[in-house]
Every structure is written in C-alpha cells, then in structure tokens.
Design a protein. Structure first.
Length: 331
C-alpha cells in the first residue's frame, strides 16, 4: 500500500509528495504524513512563524515514524488515542523532560483537532489524550549582587544588553531583532514577538538614556547600509541570538556566578519578578511580555518565602485596617 511522505521543497518548506485527498479512489491511502503536510500549509496560510511550523513538523514526523515502526495502519483515519498514549510513553522512556513531553502532547492535540475541523477524520481522535503533569519548579533569578558582578565585567555593549533584558524582559529573538527604527520617541521600543505580532514596550529612564550613547559611540560601523540592527558584532554584522547567548554565558563565568544561569530567559524571569515586587501589576506585565494569557505570565513569577513575607508585611489587610487594632485594644 503506497504511503505519502514529506519532502522539503527548494524553499525549505515541507510538502506532500503524493497529491491524494481523503476522497482518493480505492487503493490509495491518505496517511498521517499527508494530513501533516496539509496542516503545515494551513499553518503557513494562518501566519504561523517558521519556528512554530518546524516544531509542529518535528512532532508530527516523530509520531508518524513511531506509528510505522510499531506496525500501525498508516492511514490518518486509523490514528487513535491508544497509539498516541504509547508514543507518549516512548518519549518518557527515552528520558525527555516532562515539559518537553507535554509539548508533544499539545502539538498532537492541535493537529488532531485541526484534522477533525477540516473533515479529514470523522471526529477528533486525540481529544481524550491526557496532558501529562509537569512538575512546577522554581527558576533561579538574578539578585542585586549577581547583577552588580555581571555589570562590573561587561563591556559597554553588553551592559546595555543586560539593562535592556532586565528593563523589558525581551525574548532572545526579540532583542537580536531590534532595529534602530524600533527605538521610538517617549521611551518605547517597537518589538516583534512570536508570530510576527508587534507590541510597544516601555523603557525605564536609565536604559532610555544609555541607548543614544551606545549608538553614537559604542556601536560598530555596520557592514552595509541595509544593516540597521541595534546590536552588532565587531565586524559590523548583526549580533545573532547564539552570539548573545554566548556573550552572556561568558560574562557569567567571568563574574564567577554559580547556581544561576546567565541566559536571556533568566533575565526574563528576573524582570517579571522584580517588576511585580516593585509594584507592577500582572495585567501590564502580561502586555509587556507579549503573552495572551495570564497563565503564561504566572509561570515567570516564583517568589521565595522571604519575599512573600515582605510583600505581606507591606500589604497586610489587618495591619492596614486601624479598626482591627482598635477592636483588640478595647478587649
């Protein structure tokens, strides 16, 4: 029985080699790989980012390969929650982190729901696939001592990178993608986030004041007129996300930091935590970070016991209600 499979076009996008449809004549099989190819085309039409499409492709291809290796019927209509559970168990046995396994389940469920909505299957076959539990863990953030040590060994460019990450919570790709035209009047950055969505992110006065100085005196000469990225390497080319990661890791080593990672995601968590501790609210934090739900924002904020105690001391309803202390005084 013939099977459709995914190939890469010259542009790098996944395409289906066989042009079959679920209504193909007898003898043809519309496979999971065929459905995945259509799902990816639909995703491109909906404006999903290449990174997101590659993520869906990786999940679908691994699931398709698992089904073939286990001797399952390759037809999309034969996809079942039982084989999806077996696939999840295989991922767990392979040592994947719980958060990674949960990502696979999320991707499979999205694909399955799309297939049902498009009429490629009679009903959503994976709607009952349970989401595995992901243990919550505290992510270490940077404190004043660590930040001071980092800034002490950083160059002018790297000090500004630290300030921007700490002041805005930008993602690594967002920081690397900043153009000089994204530095707007009145202390705002124009940021291109996931899915190409733009948002305005405010800057603090210190960071805002240092940007013109870096652009005038610290930024290397661009290698070409079309290079307008804020952060450049010494040769004038745009500083890549990998280069930024390496620079921060080297700074952490030079500063002698231990027990906390000096990567952009750590700075994002540090920003979110300090923003709330300094009086910011969850709703404005959600907008600054570029998340659509508060659930995602809450994952960034883990306060230790002492921090919770300090916050309670500042906001205790009983301490702030004089009528309660007066009632006790009368007793």
């Amino acid at each position: 029985m013939a099977r459709g499979h995914l190939t890469r076009s010259p542009s790098g996008h996944l395409t289906r080699r066989t042009g079959r449809s679920p209504d193909s004549p007898s003898g043809s099989t519309f496979t999971l790989a065929d459905g995945l190819a259509d799902f990816l085309v639909s995703g491109r039409a909906r404006g999903l980012s290449p990174k997101t499409l590659d993520w869906y492709a990786m999940i679908g291809e691994r699931f398709a390969a698992f089904r073939i290796s286990s001797g399952a019927d390759p037809a999309l209509s034969a996809m079942s929650v039982a084989e999806a559970r077996a696939f999840v168990v295989s991922l767990q046995d392979a040592g994947l982190a719980p958060s990674s396994v949960a990502g696979f389940v999320r991707g499979l469920r999205a694909f399955s729901a799309w297939c049902a909505a498009e009429g490629l299957v009679a009903e959503d076959p994976l709607r009952r696939l349970p989401r595995p539990r992901v243990p919550s863990r505290l992510i270490a953030t940077l404190g004043p001592v660590e930040l001071e040590r980092l800034l002490a060994v950083a160059s002018r460019r790297d000090r500004l990178i630290i300030a921007l990450l700490l002041d805005t919570g930008l993602r690594l790709s967002e920081l690397a993608g900043l153009r000089t035209g994204d530095l707007l009047p009145d202390g705002y950055l124009r940021v291109r986030g996931k899915g190409g969505k733009e948002r305005l992110v405010p800057l603090g006065t210190v960071t805002e004041a240092r940007l013109p100085d870096y652009l005038a005196h610290g930024r290397p000469r661009p290698i070409g007129r079309d290079v307008d990225h804020v952060f450049l390497a010494r040769d004038g080319r745009p500083l890549t996300p990998v280069a930024i990661q390496h620079a921060l890791r080297r700074l952490g080593a030079r500063a002698g930091l231990d027990g906390v990672r000096t990567n952009p995601h750590t700075f994002r968590h540090t920003f979110a935590k300090l923003y709330l501790l300094n009086g910011g609210d969850l709703f404005s934090l959600q907008r600054i970070l570029g998340h659509t739900t508060l659930d995602m924002v809450r994952r960034y904020v883990n306060l230790d016991t002492n921090e919770v105690k300090r916050q309670h001391a500042q906001a205790s309803p009983v301490d702030r209600l004089a009528i309660v202390s007066r009632a006790f005084a009368r007793a």
